[in-house]
Design a protein around this ligand. Structure first.
Ligand SMILES: Cc1ncc(COP(=O)(O)O)c(C=O)c1O
Ligand SMILES: N[C@@H](CCOP(=O)(O)O)C(=O)O
Length: 529
């Protein structure tokens, strides 16, 4: 049996303290603040090893009354030799360019994307069974920080951050819902699942990435790095997550929102959490361009998924899916795509599980886009010839109304390496799919409607078979998008039949009238029985 990592003490990874001057190459729209070499009393290397695995199993006793869960974690803190650093995304294997995660850098020297690279050799010292048991042992506990679905995989996420610096709402561990009736009734499928990533602290999967990014910012601020606030451009979910996690940590947040293009529920989230909210008269792509320029000039840390830290948290949803299936691999995973960080995050999570021996294959990935904002779909259909951004049109799936996705290269990589597919959904298709899912007991967002449309199409073409185990990723809570449901069920959408609308019946306040409508209703149900 492989040894527990926490039995082995080692010194702090040299990368953590190294400043790579190459980070100072500064392409337009990126920030490279010079880091100050520093250590804190909370460095992993300065803490003593604990005598048992860092699962919560070894914590037999209740902590004393004057101790909170952070204090308790501090007592159990352990040394290990796992580490991670930034490297250019999909770099040539001979490249030696890398940056410490304590540097403020979003782009490689050539202006390309970055990726967080883990020391896989160190992780591979422990076999797949070890990692499966360790992750399984942490589920459903309140031990800090492992009660979070993200931080229960801490060694694979940010191995070097001190647990004390972590900002978490115990996000993740979201419901993997067996869509029994929807699968049978509409698709003839018996093994269809919906991963409800939107049933989360701020109502979307962004919490998974934001806990990681804001935790690292918390650490950077303790290290006296020049970070005065954290900023993002958003279609509504990134801003909600950023403002909540920053508020929890007492860090200023700044959000750039495209005016009149996000739902009221999403707009009110950062306002309530005390963010500095700029409503800008442009679309998301315009906001994204502005925040990139601003964060290269001011000590504002960039929180969009251009920042590869975010994807380290988001990838844990993939690991969680495998874990929820007791480490059996589904055949398909369908993800709605906008700025395209998440599809890569899923790929990365699945791929790490394969590389570290937890599973022996990865699922095929499907990325689903709204037809009104479909640059990836067009690129796929062109046989991956040259990519052209589009001007994104209005869509009910407003959080993916994005024409120039920052993670296009990551998405193409993920799809090519998972034998993936890209599909698209018209407005009518996505709204019908959402209504059909809701009619079977779900309450999904329009983006999940896009993913379900992709599933309908792939079932119709026979690409996905009736018995294939399929997971649709639901990315946000339906309650954030109630106006779209009101419009649909009122049948008031121009050029849309709203086939599954279920409007309320207006009835007079007298017994006879109520009885009449009820009898009609019951008779219509009986005739369908
Ligand atoms: C609800 C929702 N679904 C899907 C997406 C798409 O994720 P990504 O931008 O990582 O492709 C987003 C954000 O873009 C979102 O907010
Ligand atoms: N849907 C996103 C768009 C920005 O995506 P990000 O993952 O790059 O932050 C949002 O909610 O803002």
């Amino acid at each position: 049996m492989a040894a527990s990592p926490i039995f082995r003490s080692s010194s702090l990874s040299p990368q953590l303290l190294q400043h790579n001057s190459s980070a100072n190459a500064k392409p337009r729209g990126t920030a490279h603040f010079t880091p100050i070499k520093a250590t804190t009393s909370s460095d992993p290397a300065t803490t003593s090893p604990s005598p048992a695995p860092q699962s919560s199993n070894h914590l037999k006793h209740r902590r004393s009354a004057d101790e909170n869960i952070r204090d308790e974690a501090r007592r159990h803190n352990a040394a290990h030799n796992f580490s991670a650093k930034y490297v250019p995304f999909n770099a040539d294997p001979t490249s030696i360019e890398s940056y410490s995660l304590d540097e403020i850098v979003y782009r490689s020297r050539s202006g390309g994307l970055l990726d967080v690279q883990h020391d896989m050799d160190a992780l591979k010292k422990f076999d797949g069974q070890y990692w499966r048991s360790l992750f399984d042992s942490r589920i459903g506990k309140t031990t800090w920080p492992y009660g979070s679905g993200v931080w229960s995989k801490k060694e694979w996420v940010l191995p070097e951050i001190d647990s004390d610096d972590i900002v978490s709402a115990f996000e993740g561990n979201s419901n993997l819902f067996w869509a029994e009736r929807f699968g049978k009734q509409f698709l003839g499928m018996n093994d269809l699942w919906v991963k409800h990533c939107g049933i989360s602290h701020t109502g979307s999967f962004k919490d998974l990435g934001m806990t990681v990014l804001v935790s690292q910012v918390n650490r950077l601020r303790k290290l006296n790095r020049p970070v005065v606030g954290v900023g993002c451009a958003s279609t509504g979910d990134t801003s909600a997550a950023l403002s909540a996690y920053c508020a929890a940590a007492g860090i200023p947040s700044i959000v750039f929102l495209p005016a009149n293009r996000i739902s009221i529920a999403q707009l009110v989230q950062p306002i309530a959490n005390g963010a500095f909210v700029l409503s800008i008269d442009t679309d998301f792509d315009g906001c994204m361009q502005l925040i990139r320029e601003v964060t290269s000039e001011l000590p504002i840390y960039l929180a969009n998924s251009l920042n590869s830290l975010r994807l380290e948290g988001q990838k844990t949803a993939a690991i969680e899916i495998l874990q929820q299936f007791d480490w059996e691999v589904p055949d398909w995973v369908i993800v709605p795509g906008g700025n395209l960080g998440n599809i890569y995050a899923f790929y990365k999570g699945f791929h790490m599980c394969k590389e570290l021996g937890l599973v022996d294959r990865i699922p095929r990935l499907v990325c689903a886009q709204a037809s009104n904002a479909n640059p990836l779909y067009l690129h796929y259909k062109s046989g991956w010839k040259d990519f052209k951004p589009v001007k994104a049109g209005t869509t009910f799936a407003s959080a993916i109304q994005i024409g120039d996705p920052v993670s296009i290269d990551r998405a193409v990589f993920a799809l090519k390496n998972s034998n993936g597919i890209v599909e698209e959904a018209t407005e009518e298709e996505l709204m019908d799919a959402m209504a059909q899912a809701d009619s079977t007991g779900m309450f999904i967002c329009p983006h999940t409607g896009v993913a379900l449309t992709a599933l309908f199409k792939l079932r119709q073409s026979g690409v996905i078979r009736p018995t294939d185990r399929t997971v649709v990723v639901s990315t946000a809570h339906g309650l954030k998008f109630t106006q779209s449901k009101v419009d649909y069920h009122s049948g008031e959408i121009k050029d849309m039949a709203c086939r599954f609308a279920n409007p309320p019946v207006q009835v007079k306040a007298d017994f006879g009238s109520v009885m009449d409508v009820l009898k009609n209703y019951l008779m219509s149900k009986e005739s369908k029985h």
